[in-house]
Design a protein around this ligand. Structure first.
Ligand code: ATP
Ligand code: MG
Length: 293
């Protein structure tokens, strides 16, 4: 059943700083299977982001090889690599990296623009996924007109809209509170499960790493150990930080995604900025009516 979609073979990244050589990634080998949720866990400075960036083709290897879907990304020309990334990879960043002058809808459309999907279809796909992440009423909002959690849900919609085989996420909940963190983690997991997409996520948080199927423990640029996580049938015991209400979908049942995620946004306004939340929820309904016409 399992087949590797990513193969990391003795990957090294050495930075030269004057006379000093920093072995940020120091001979790392592992594989990630299709549909697997893999987490790179380690303390600050251990080399997690560098490793993720190597896997995503953002940084160049000093030596070793990384294969994605059997293709060596280090051997690709810049053009081929950027096309390959557009077609196969999605990204979720800690700081969201949305374009401030664009609406949520336009931000989510962007990967489809690069893939040359036509306007009408593009808008339809972007609207659909924004509704799935519970932002049907925020499509015309610009990033600064949304909460952190909402911005990250736009980030997730943008990462998943083109249905990439692999989504890379570097501390995707690093700027969020604990409640929103759970929502965002459940969302990432549900989105990926729905289409059997592969996730590689960096975190320094042991609890968050337990969302994964496989945890790669990184220490000083090396793999300390590889841990396979056993997921119980019933979650929400705190081990994964999953919400007690069970917003996370049952394992393997991606069909519950729309209900799972569309239920959560109204709760957004329940604990913070109540008054503003009520005002906005009226606005939401109006916009949604307009959207569907
Ligand atoms: N561009 C660079 N030039 C020189 N050294 C670098 C560069 N990028 C990272 N490093 C060094 O490589 C090591 C690993 O950095 P990296 O950013 O991968 O760590 P990390 O595990 O992601 O840490 P954090 O949890 O703080 O984000 C660190 O010692 C860092 O100082
Ligand atoms: Mg980092």
């Amino acid at each position: 059943m399992s087949e590797p979609i990513i193969e990391v073979k003795n990957a090294k990244k050495i930075y030269k700083m004057g006379k000093e050589r920093i072995r940020a990634v120091d001979g790392v080998s592992f594989t990630v299977d299709k549909g697997e949720f893999c987490c790179l866990l380690g303390t600050s400075g251990s080399g997690k982001s560098t490793l993720l960036n190597l896997m995503a083709g953002i940084e160049k290897l000093s030596s070793g090889e990384i294969l994605i879907k059997g293709e060596s990304i280090g051997k690709m020309s810049e053009n081929k690599l950027s096309k390959f990334r557009q077609e196969n990879l999605g990204f979720v960043f800690q700081s969201y990296n949305l374009i401030g002058s664009m609406t949520a809808l336009e931000n989510v459309e962007l990967p489809l623009v690069f893939k040359r999907v036509r306007g009408g279809k593009r808008k339809k796909l972007a609207r659909k996924i924004l509704k799935q992440v519970g932002l049907g009423g925020r499509m015309q909002h610009k990033p600064k007109e949304m909460s952190g959690g909402q911005q990250q849900r736009v980030g997730i919609a943008r990462a998943f809209v083109s249905k990439p085989d692999i989504v890379f996420a570097d501390e995707p909940t690093g700027n969020l509170d604990s409640h929103t963190t759970i929502e965002v983690m459940d969302l990432i997991k549900a989105m990926a499960r729905k289409n059997n997409q592969t996730i590689v996520m960096v975190t320094h948080d042991r609890k968050l790493s337990e969302y994964a199927d496989k945890i790669i423990h990184i220490l000083d640029g090396k793999i300390e150990s590889v841990e396979i996580v056993e997921h119980d049938m019933v979650r929400g015991d705190g081990g994964c930080g999953s919400s007690p209400e069970g917003t996370s979908p049952p394992e393997g049942n991606g069909d519950d995604l729309s209900t799972a995620v569309e239920q959560s946004p109204p709760q957004d306004s329940s604990n913070t900025e109540e008054n503003k939340g009520i005002e906005e929820s009226n606005e939401v309904r109006e916009e949604e009516t307009n959207e569907s016409n």
